[in-house]
Design a protein. Structure first.
Length: 239
């Protein structure tokens, strides 16, 4: 005897149009929140890597200059233009601007065009006598080099063991003239000393103390100026 088995056809239930639309909206909202943050974090990581590389190049250039001047930066130059030219002989610049050049030609020197780490207007304008000599490297980075002591190298901006040792300083914008132009993000500074370079934010610097000068939530007028040392050490910024 043949037995017939009746198997009920079961309909597979799919997503309704309304459910699909809701899912797409949720995905869109999440993407709108997450993707910009991911892109920003990636860009900032690239800026930090770029600074690490260019700092190494300027450090080597400084050692070359010092070696050619009997082992010290003291007496190697007379003013900011002289100091800049010493580095220009070591680095590849595609454009140079002497001291007192109008701002924002070779470097975003106007305080209205560069910002602190928290995004407020810069604490000073690198214009006129404060501008330093400037240039654009062949990789698009912009550079400002400022003499502080007419090669005496005794400014108190950087001190060690009771001695004032700053000759001048260098600011680099690894993103060139393009935004965001924020210190601690794409702009970083370091000192020129008699014996080499020292990043802003290192012990003995005038902006030492991450909680004040490199704080994500800070509001000091020079916040971000002390981040260079942390970037070179691959250390996190202060909360």
């Amino acid at each position: 005897m043949r037995v017939k088995l009746n198997i009920a056809n079961k309909k597979r239930k799919g997503f309704t149009l309304a459910e699909t639309l809701v899912t797409l909206v949720v995905i869109g909202v999440v993407a709108a929140i997450v993707i910009p943050t991911v892109i920003q974090n990636t860009q900032q990581a690239e800026y930090k890597t770029s600074f690490q590389k260019i700092y190494a190049s300027f450090s080597q250039a400084s050692l070359n200059i010092i070696t050619a001047n009997a082992g010290t930066m003291v007496g190697a130059y007379g003013n900011s233009d002289d100091l800049f030219n010493l580095y220009a002989n070591q680095m590849s610049f595609v454009k140079t601007c002497p001291e007192n050049t109008s701002p924002n030609v070779c470097f975003n020197g106007s305080s209205s065009l560069w910002y602190t780490l928290q995004g407020t207007a810069g604490w000073t304008s690198f214009t006129g006598a404060s501008s330093g000599a400037q240039g654009i490297l062949n990789n698009g980075m912009t550079v400002m080099i400022k003499d502080d002591t007419a090669s005496a190298c005794n400014s108190a901006a950087y001190t060690r063991n009771g001695s004032n040792l700053e000759c001048g300083y260098i600011y680099i914008d690894v993103n060139g003239l393009k935004p965001p132009n924020r210190v601690g993000v794409d702009m970083f500074g370091f000192y020129i000393t008699p014996y080499g370079t020292i990043p802003f934010g290192a012990p003995g610097s005038h902006v030492y103390g991450a909680s004040t000068y490199c704080s994500i939530s800070g509001n000091n007028m020079q916040n971000g100026n002390g981040c260079a040392a942390l970037v070179l050490l691959n250390q996190a910024f202060s909360p």
